[in-house]
Design a protein around this ligand. Structure first.
Ligand SMILES: Nc1ncnc2c1ncn2[C@@H]1O[C@H](COP(=O)(O)OP(=O)(O)OP(=O)(O)O)[C@@H](O)[C@H]1O
Length: 243
């Protein structure tokens, strides 16, 4: 199992924002985590990458408990946060080198991984450019390339396509889904946009801190006898904010 989340709960002050969340993600699968603003997606991601801690439930990343083996659990994750964390004044290459060194990669391994990821994302010719000079789509590609440098088992994407135009969004999403097949990576990609979820995706629906649905999207569409994710979402929630 790539990721196992067992009976996870989390609250800020008195307010529970994650309530008995259970997840089992298999290696090499793409999972779309759909939920409206405030559903708890970022809180879940922050717990997975240990920016937040709790003893209320358990998280195992690639078989490593975040409580008992936090470093190993963290090393198995690649993360792209909602807000960009690139240094705008460094070049693409420098940003990636910095990340590789944080992960303890040797200079040789780091060089090879940077070339590999930049080639995959068609960014080789932008290597020496400052991040500030890149458009939003290219910056996002750099962030995803950076998250993959240390060859993680799982890639977490927190609303990674926010602010991108449709063609850029589609091309990045297509590339990410391809990673599952070509590299056996497990991807958990959060979104509040129903049109980002494809029938072939495995859909996890998070609403008010609870998992309302966790199954292949096409199967959920068939079960609910609806033609699209928007209707499915409306049927399963009372408010329908994610439209
Ligand atoms: N530091 C905090 N202190 C108190 N409440 C918080 C804090 N961070 C988040 N919350 C609340 O927890 C709930 C879940 O927020 P979270 O950011 O995890 O949701 P989300 O699904 O990622 O939404 P968004 O897409 O808007 O980021 C929301 O009601 C939010 O207001």
């Amino acid at each position: 199992m790539a990721l196992n989340v067992d009976s996870l709960r989390y609250r800020y002050q008195q307010k529970w924002v994650l309530d008995n969340v259970n997840l089992q993600l298999e290696q090499g699968q793409f999972y779309a985590l759909l939920g409206p603003n405030g559903a708890g997606k970022s809180t879940l991601f922050n717990l997975l990458c240990q920016l937040l801690q709790t003893r209320d439930g358990a998280i195992d990343v690639a078989g490593h408990s975040t409580l008992k083996a936090p470093r190993k659990a963290l090393a198995a994750l690649g993360i792209v946060f909602q807000q960009s964390t690139l240094d705008l004044d460094l070049t693409v290459q420098q940003n990636l080198e910095y990340h590789a060194s944080l992960h303890g990669m040797s200079s040789k391994a780091s060089k090879a991984a940077i070339e590999r990821e930049l080639a995959r994302f068609e960014l080789i010719d932008r290597k020496k450019d400052s991040v500030r000079s890149l458009n939003g789509g290219h910056r996002r590609r750099v962030e995803i390339a950076r998250a993959l440098l240390h060859d993680p088992a799982i890639l977490l994407l927190d609303e990674a396509s926010v602010g991108l135009d449709m063609p850029t969004r589609d091309s990045i999403n297509q590339h990410i889904r391809g990673l599952c097949e070509s590299r056996g990576i497990t991807v958990l990609s959060s979104t509040h946009l129903v049109d980002e979820v494809l029938p072939e995706d495995h859909l996890i629906l998070l609403h008010q801190g609870k998992i309302l649905l966790d199954k292949p999207c096409q199967q959920a569409l068939d079960d609910e006898q609806v033609g699209g994710v928007k209707s499915l979402y409306r049927n399963l929630t009372t408010s329908g904010e994610a439209a």
